[in-house]
Design a protein around this ligand. Sequence first.
Ligand code: KG4
Ligand code: ZN
Length: 351
Amino acid sequence: MNASSLILGIESSCDETAASVVRDGVTVLSNVIASQHDLHAKFGGVVPEIASRAHIERILPVINEALDKAGVTLNDLTAVAVGNRPGLIGSLLVGVSAAKALAWSLGKPLVAVDHVEAHLYAAALDSDPIAYPALGLVVSGGHTSLYLLRDAMHIEVLGRTIDDAVGEAYDKVAAILDLGFPGGPIVDKLARTGDANAIDFPRSLLDRESLDFSFSGMKTAVLYKVRGHPVGRGRAATFERSAADLTDTQKADIAASFQRAAVDVLIRKLERAITQHPDIRSIVIGGGVSANSRLRAESLAFGEKNKLPVRLPRMAFCIDNAAMIAGLGHEHHRAGRFADLNLEAAATASI
Ligand code: KG4
Ligand code: ZN
């Protein structure tokens, strides 16, 4: 058996500053996440300049806390792993610079990890290994994509959203209903009190074979349901009503019906994908929306029906976190895939 590895993971791709220490790629010793939601809430979305400034202020305390909670020192580490792509470039740069400085000063290997690939690894944390080949589904604020995973590091894209990501649709529906930011968890909670069959929102499945996604039509249908028809033209256009004119029950019914339609689309795409790829041995789901109660329940039921294990991350590893970076970083380290000090942050993904 190999000596145990201790990887420090660093994540700063969007609006969470996170650090984590993971042993042997699976045992999470610490998982520290400093969220910036309060800083961005009044703008209704993440403001890149504010995010990168907040990362700079938080990154060192967050790393220190992760080491303290894990009960390890910098010298105990085997390597430093950092999410260097994709994401907001100014935010990514903060994590990448911190990781390079640490790796260089400690004389330890540096490992670069793709944030989306890491979401597909999150289900293995504090859990059993994933059975490959696997079908992957990443559902987050920036991504809604299906993948074929030969293993944790060899990943091929099967389909992706042609407009909004599903998390983005959740956030926009929350904004339309005037519920706050980030909207996903709020809509999920409200949906549990509403009637999911109240409204039949349109589901776009695209061409018969397509594994791509589209959520903008569904989102617009929610907008019209809440506000009625547009009145007037051009800049002067308004709507018949606003969210304030709806009762709490009406809002809950809209949230529940939207949630049913959105999850329905995800499950129907999984169905298409397993038909097209009958060799897969499991389905792995990751990203912020994998915390969604309806998606969790429906995907598990889908797996049971099709006799395929469905691997969902523990709740702490659904949203952006550094444990998934450290976990996948361990696989890269084991495979001898190191980065050097020329490592750059990249706004777009490599897969
Ligand atoms: O993975 P993540 O933290 O960041 C990105 O990489 O984008 O995902 C954040 C997204 C947000 O859009 C948020 O509203 C959504 O995940 N989200 C949820 C839930 N929890 C977070 N969406 C639906 N239901 C939830 N329970
Ligand atoms: Zn993410």
